[in-house]
Design a protein around this ligand. Structure first.
Ligand SMILES: [Zn+2]
Length: 327
């Protein structure tokens, strides 16, 4: 089903992108482009963009693929059967049961690694600083988060990594994990590159489960959205079984390696670069930018190296999302 990613920009953090469109498979990526000041000065010509680059509005279309057509046929059959009984039956029983069984469907078997209870809890008493959550695509659901009853897997593409880059990523993940209570599991290096069209289910590469969060050291040539002052991108895709809460199932952090590597030469450089990764992981978990320069999720320039109380309050909330074993 064609739908557009939701974007917003650091230079325009108060405005929202277009409201995301839902699809039967319910997956709409939510991305945030980062024109981070933590990024080093532009290494060539020093030209700083006055406006963020316009993200391309390519539609995520899967038309013309055989399996998708078969899946659509099954959807029609499920729809007819469901409507015969009642829409409630369709939403609560038929769709969740049938979708993972359809050959070529882009969803894994239900409930992979799903525990009965959350695997961790966020810390209490995280303060009262400001935070902002990514807009929920469903007005009836306050926010979208990862399922805390299963681990959040992540992989790293090591290509182009600055020295110590992998260790910085693991440290950033540990920070995000302890602030949210979500359990993260490192699945090792990957050869997969960044893509706005990334499939959230890649059984050939990652097995029959949701694809892990992908972290890559990229550059503007490979990822045109990193052009100009954009130091990183972060966001997640969500999935939805009708009748149950929407949850994030996979995400990406795309870092501008040539733009960010010079930070390592500054005093406290590794901590500042790690803060960029933490900031992007904040987007992955569901945080948006705030106007308070004292927070790591500030949308403009600051030199914070650590999470502040508002960031922590937001991440703690995002660690209390719904467990949805139906996905
Ligand atoms: Zn950001």
């Amino acid at each position: 089903m064609p739908h557009e990613p939701q974007w917003n920009h650091d230079a325009d953090s108060a405005k929202r992108g277009p409201h995301p469109r839902t699809a039967p498979s319910g997956r709409v990526p939510q991305w945030v482009l980062d024109q981070d000041a933590r990024r080093a000065e532009a290494p060539v010509f020093g030209a700083r963009a006055t406006a963020p680059p316009k993200p391309s509005r390519r539609r995520k279309s899967r038309r013309g693929r055989g399996p998708r057509r078969a899946w659509n046929l099954w959807l029609v059959i499920a729809l007819l059967v469901g409507l015969y009984y009642s829409p409630g039956v369709l939403e609560r029983h038929i769709m969740p049961a049938i979708t993972p069984l359809v050959p070529g469907s882009n969803v894994p078997p239900r409930g992979v690694e799903a525990a009965a209870d959350p695997l961790g809890r966020p810390p209490e008493g995280t303060g009262s600083g400001s935070f902002r959550l990514q807009e929920s695509p469903d007005p009836a659901q306050d926010f979208v988060a990862y399922d805390p009853c299963r681990p959040v897997h992540y992989v790293i593409r090591p290509d182009n990594s600055p020295p110590g880059g992998e260790a910085l990523i693991h440290q950033a993940v540990a920070e995000i994990s302890s602030a949210s209570g979500l359990r993260f599991v490192y699945d090792g290096p990957t050869a997969e590159g960044p893509s706005k069209e990334r499939e959230t289910y890649q059984p050939e590469r990652y097995g029959k489960r949701w694809a892990p969060v992908l972290l890559t050291w990229s550059d503007p040539e490979e990822t045109p959205d990193l052009a100009g002052d954009v130091g990183g991108l972060g966001g997640s895709d969500y999935a939805h079984v009708p009748g149950h809460p929407i949850v994030y199932v996979a995400g990406q952090v795309v870092l501008d390696a040539p733009g960010l590597a010079p930070i390592l030469g500054y005093p406290g450089g590794p901590e500042l670069l790690r803060a960029v990764v933490i900031h992007e992981l904040g987007h992955v978990l569901g945080l948006d930018h705030v106007d308070d320069p004292g927070q790591l999720m500030y949308g403009g320039s600051n030199d914070r190296a650590k999470l502040a109380d508002g960031d922590r309050a937001g991440l703690a909330l995002l660690g209390t999302g719904a467990c949805v074993p139906q996905l």
